[in-house]
Design a protein around this ligand. Structure first.
Ligand code: NAP
Length: 304
């Protein structure tokens, strides 16, 4: 039996691992198929304090793993598939393998949202993607569209101009929610054109994506846009499926935290994007990871 299990290995999980490992709790980190979470699919991270020149997302995460392992954290590759928090010790399964601990920190993050429109699944990986960093290089001299109006959409549209000859940003309203600096960077890029007040209705193609059927949200008029790829950047949904409804969620489906990082179950704590749909930053996730670690450590110390 472990003192503590941490589910997730993004900035929240790995910071919790560094803190609990330094507190001699020898945490087991259930890291997912690949450690590092969403930052593994980013390029340059410019706003993580301490790196004035920026740092590549995967390098930052690799450093966090090394730092956690240095103090005795054990990293297990695999996804948590089920839990039982109803008694002590708490139980977490990775497939049919069971792990037990006195305390658990859930830092399982969130996953990209999809549109659920005809053609989206059919052309998944054949022109439909949620990861410009992963798939952008396949679109050299091609025409692509980014869907969304947040920071991710701006960042990914700008990134895609390195490869594509033309990048459309298709947004359902007439203003972006992205930060000013990211908007400006995208809008001044000559390869980027914004299609405002527009939704994607269907994805069409033969073997691969060839066109999108678009609808103007004001006039309801429809037209086709010929292109080679569609990238979704429309936010995220929390990874809570494996929790068997054991933890209380908020009205948007993210894990509720009461009293800092505590969940509704004694000894189970939460950190990062699986709780926070507002800030969703690497640094805020890391900060909450340290808070959850301190809360868990104090809770363990208070137990008989
Ligand atoms: P977001 O801010 O939630 O934006 C999602 C966008 O997708 C919104 O513009 C939304 O439209 C649109 N959208 C949502 N559902 C849709 C649907 N069904 N159909 C069409 N459009 C839809 O998500 P995000 O851009 O991934 O950013 C998440 C957080 O990460 C934010 O806090 C952001 O600041 C942060 N972030 C920061 C950086 C950076 O600083 N380098 C980079 C990336 C992300 P509406 O606007 O109409 O709701």
């Amino acid at each position: 039996m472990k003192e503590i299990i941490i589910i997730g290995s993004g900035p929240a999980g790995l910071t919790a691992a560094i803190y609990t490992a330094r507190a001699n709790l020898a945490p087991l980190v259930i890291a997912g198929d690949q450690y590092g979470g969403q930052l593994m699919t980013t390029t340059e991270v410019e706003n993580f304090p301490g790196f004035p020149e920026g740092i590549q997302g995967p390098v930052l995460m690799q450093n966090m793993v090394k730092q956690a392992e240095r103090f005795g954290a054990e990293i297990l590759h695999g996804n948590a598939t089920s839990v039982d928090f109803s008694s002590n010790p708490k139980k977490v399964w990775v497939g049919d393998k069971e792990y037990q601990a006195r305390s658990v920190i859930v830092a399982s993050g969130s996953s990209p949202r999809v549109l659920n429109i005809p053609g989206e699944q059919e052309f998944w990986g054949k022109g439909v993607s949620t990861c410009a960093t992963c798939d952008g290089a396949f679109y050299r001299d091609k025409v692509v569209a980014i869907i969304g109006g947040g920071d991710s959409a701006m960042e990914e549209a700008t990134f895609l101009t390195r490869f594509a000859k033309k990048v459309y940003i298709i947004h359902r309203r007439e203003s972006f929610r992205a930060s000013k600096i990211m908007q400006e960077r995208a809008l001044k890029n000559e390869k980027i054109e914004v299609i405002w007040n527009t939704e994607v209705k269907e994805v069409h193609g033969d073997q691969v994506v060839e066109k999108l059927q678009l609808r103007n949200t004001e006039t309801q008029e429809e037209h086709d846009l010929e292109l080679d790829g569609m990238f979704l950047a429309i936010g995220h949904i929390p990874n809570v499926g494996f929790l068997n409804e054991s933890l209380t969620l908020d009205d948007q489906g993210f894990i509720d935290a009461q009293h800092h990082t505590r969940t509704n179950i004694e000894g189970v704590f939460v950190a990062g994007d699986v709780h926070d749909h507002h800030y969703q930053q690497a640094i805020t996730a890391a900060g909450m990871g340290s808070m959850a670690a301190i809360d868990a450590e104090q809770w363990i110390a208070s137990q008989p």
